[in-house]
Design a protein around this ligand. Structure first.
Ligand code: FE
Ligand code: FE
Ligand code: MG
Length: 167
């Protein structure tokens, strides 16, 4: 990266790169979990849930893009082999083997809660140390918070619908 750009970073760049590579792996796994879930989803409200899952997939891929660009800017290399996503990931991957709406919503809410934790820690770590990464992490964190809220609102609608059906 540019020499002045590196000079303004007040922390261990290799440590930061390690954490960004972990976040990058999380984003690809989240992307795939959402993308496939959107195709397989079954049950009440599946169209609304599928549309939200697909939108989130697109946003997770955009996060992977942002994190990859920052890794490269810092002089690092994003994870080059998909099988390594599994060794680096913080939040893991929940296969949509049971694609019932409630199950998919619960799996992805869990994923978002993990992502919120990961980016909150990265935000704390980069605060006053690396303003460029800090700003990117804040942008991503804002979207992860929105994702959790979107999914919890859908789960709430689903529960209300189920109650109404039971009478
Ligand atoms: Fe994300
Ligand atoms: Fe998300
Ligand atoms: Mg959304």
């Amino acid at each position: 990266m540019g020499s002045k750009g590196r000079e303004i970073i007040g922390m261990d760049v290799n440590e930061l790169l390690g954490l960004l590579r972990k976040a990058y792996s999380d984003e690809w796994l989240a992307y795939y979990q959402y993308w496939l879930g959107a195709k397989l989803v079954k049950g009440p409200m599946k169209d609304a849930v599928g549309a939200e899952l697909l939108q989130h997939a697109t946003e997770e891929l955009a996060h992977a893009d942002m994190v990859a660009l920052r890794i490269i800017q810092l002089g690092g290399t994003p994870v080059t082999k998909p099988e390594e996503w599994y060794t680096h990931t913080n939040c893991g991957y929940d296969a949509p083997d049971d694609p019932y709406v409630k199950k998919l919503l619960e799996q992805n809410i869990k994923g978002e809660q993990c992502a919120i934790g990961v980016y909150t820690r990265l935000l704390d770590l980069t605060r006053d140390k690396d303003p460029v990464t800090y700003n990117m992490v804040l942008t991503i964190l804002q979207q992860e918070v929105e994702h959790e809220e979107d999914l919890q609102a859908l789960l709430e609608d689903y529960e209300l619908l189920m109650q109404a059906v039971k009478g």
